[in-house]
Write a protein that binds this ligand. Sequence first.
Ligand code: BT5
Length: 327
Amino acid sequence: MNLTMKDEILKRFLLAKDNPISGQFLADDLGISRTAIWKHLQTLQEEGYVFETIKKKGYVLVGKPDKVDPARINSFLTTERFGRNIHYLDEVTSTQSIAHELAREGAVDGTLVIAETQTKGKGRMARPWESTKGKGVWMTIIIRPDVPPSQAPQFTLVAAVAIVNAIKSICKNFMPSIKWPNDILINGRKCTGILTEMLAEMDRVDALLIGIGINANQQQDDFPPDLQTIATSLSIEEKEEINRPQLVATILNYLELYCDQYIREGFKPIKALWEESSGTIGKQIKATTLREVIEGKAIGITENGVLEIQLENGEIKGVYSADIEIM
Ligand code: BT5
């Protein structure tokens, strides 16, 4: 849905920052009665927003619950399409499942599904994805590029570039790197996973569902034992609380830019951006595909996003999809 009236009101408070807004101004601006405005403010208060009344001037928003709600994401968006239609839910099985349903029902390009937690978050090959409540970014964006199905995997790399650049623009105390094809690591630990799924006909993509999971505000002991040594969060590395709505919007801002650039100019400019942030190229790696295990040096990605590995005997092998271990 587009922003509701309550979200429109909230957005005005978010943009006004410390400046008071009067009930009359809101009523005039939004074309509803002052009583209706007051009712929406009351609902917002019930949701955890705190307003201070400034005599003769109006209200100032002085406290917000820590949520990735549409109004807050919207206040950081500069996109034309991405994130302009947001489905925000407290708890879901997986944002991918909801996105599948919405895509089949005709959801517009750029529709975002985002939740505070997932009970059945999933990685590739149905592996479980840990989605701690209120601490991460668990979202799926539905896009409808006019491309053949063979081009779908490149969008994972487009998304990785968008996410890594969004993280770099918000966090200053560490350097994230992309691990081909779908992870973002910080100091060797995973902070982000991407899962791209597709609805397609024979020769064209109907919708791509780009699922993005980012550990934002977990502390180390929030992770279950099996992830303790392999996962990290932006907040652990930055040593500061992360503004999740700002992170979501910044990713969408970059993602729209790079998706459009990819459609317009092909993979070349994305490949250059990808290589700039890659932690895989030049490394000795072990790639486990469905069919074989390949060991060698990662020497680059092709125009199709295929990872090229040079074996000890000099032979170069292209890998379309694999789990990578950096040796
Ligand atoms: C991925 O799979 O990395 C893709 C993850 C995509 C998650 C998003 S969240 C929003 C959307 N809705 C969904 O249901 N999914 C998407 P893969 O490369 O297969 O990695 C999965 C492995 O990562 C697991 O087997 C664990 O070892 C590890 N893992 C699970 N949860 C993690 C977490 N929160 N942080 C770091 N690593 C995790």
